[in-house]
Design a protein around this ligand. Sequence first.
Ligand code: BG6
Length: 478
Amino acid sequence: IPVDPFDLVVFGGTGDLARRKILPALFRRYVAGQIEGDVRLIGAARSEMDATAYREMVREAILEFGGDEAGRKTELAAFLKMLDYVTLDAKGTQGWADLAAKMRTDRICAFYFSVAPSLFGDLAKRLHKHGMADDESRIVVEKPFGRDLETARALNRTLARHFHEGQIYRIDHYLGKETVQNLMAIRFGNVLFEPLWNSQYVDHIQITVAESVGVGGRGDYYDSSGAMRDMVQNHMMQLLCLIAMEPPAKFEPDAVRDEKLKVIRALDPVEPENVVRGQYEGGDAQPGYRAQVENADSLTESFVALKAHISNWRWAGTPFYLRTGKRLKERASEIAVMFKDAPHSIFGADAGRHHNILTIRLQPNEGIELGVTIKEPGPGGMRLIDVPLDMTFAEALGPEEADFPDAYERLIMDVIRGNQTLFMRGDEVEAAWAWTDPVIAEWDAQSDAPLPYASGSSGPDDALMLMHRDGRRWREIR
Ligand code: BG6
């Protein structure tokens, strides 16, 4: 269904995120017929260029990052006509009158702040000063939303001076991933799982977001951030919330976000012995972390594993193990709900111990798998084996249906539709920082180095120990 007409300004319109994600996502929604009619997409950045040069830049970006749709020449030419460009100084006067002249007030106006957070305040202030923002306009802000509780609070306060919460769309692109939304469908669209979804039946939960790539060209940003700030405070935390939250009464923004917030607030502080951090070494002709970020003494972690506890009725006693890292064995993200053993085995000791596992594969090969216990075929005794009931979405739905849109496609359209369900509320972000800050502060106080791990491995051995100690094992990263 096409969205209503809108004008969208992308501040930082020549930047990496705009070229890789935002503009290709808009193009794919255009090809899909969701964006139509008189829409303006205005890039705004410091670079001196005119609209023609900007269109050429975007054309190249779409050819490189636009996926299969990039080959649609007629559509691409028509899409580029919607684009305009303004050279603009976020902190000065240049370009603002020009931008104001291009914006139309009879439609939805959205402003994407794809810039450093230090500019958020300037942009918000000038949008008002130049009469471009009213109660209906929307702003979209990217992570990192601060680097700790204090800076996040300051950012929230700055934005709140000019926009109310209902206008602020804080992006966590994990919430736009199809399989992440599927988590909610699986939990709350079936009767099968929810009665078992608690500490009485669930032994523990594992959340893994493993990347095979290193920090690449983002060394400067990453080295001042690290895996805890880059992945745990936001993406991992959101996954944890969706797995652990109580059923919201409705699939509506505040109903969902209230429940997520309760989870974060019920998290116990992480004990130092329950967190492991690592940093990858070089190997296979690949530079190690320190060489890559050009900081020989860097103490920044590229890997984190931790054990979390949620102190509420549903989850008391069920640990959540989280791990994420770069340069690991594979790119593989999954959530595994490990159920308890059957309370009593009628088949005797020989049958062994078995338990069900529900795995939600976020990427790649999106799908769900339910491990069930069956009889080993054959005329022998009653031996049991575990087999997967495996549903890869691509097989179950057909390749076309399972050709999932990129997270940004969904999220940007939600901004235009005015739906904040898949965006983070200010208090959620602050609560998440309140949980991760003490862990980071402890590392800073110790000033010892993260544990080295080999590129292409599963992370430092201590991460394995985190589970072994509890008589449990991480699932293979594959
Ligand atoms: C980003 C992080 O938010 O998420 C990156 O800044 C990380 O460091 C990326 O690589 C992972 O996203 P995805 O969608 O590739 O899993």
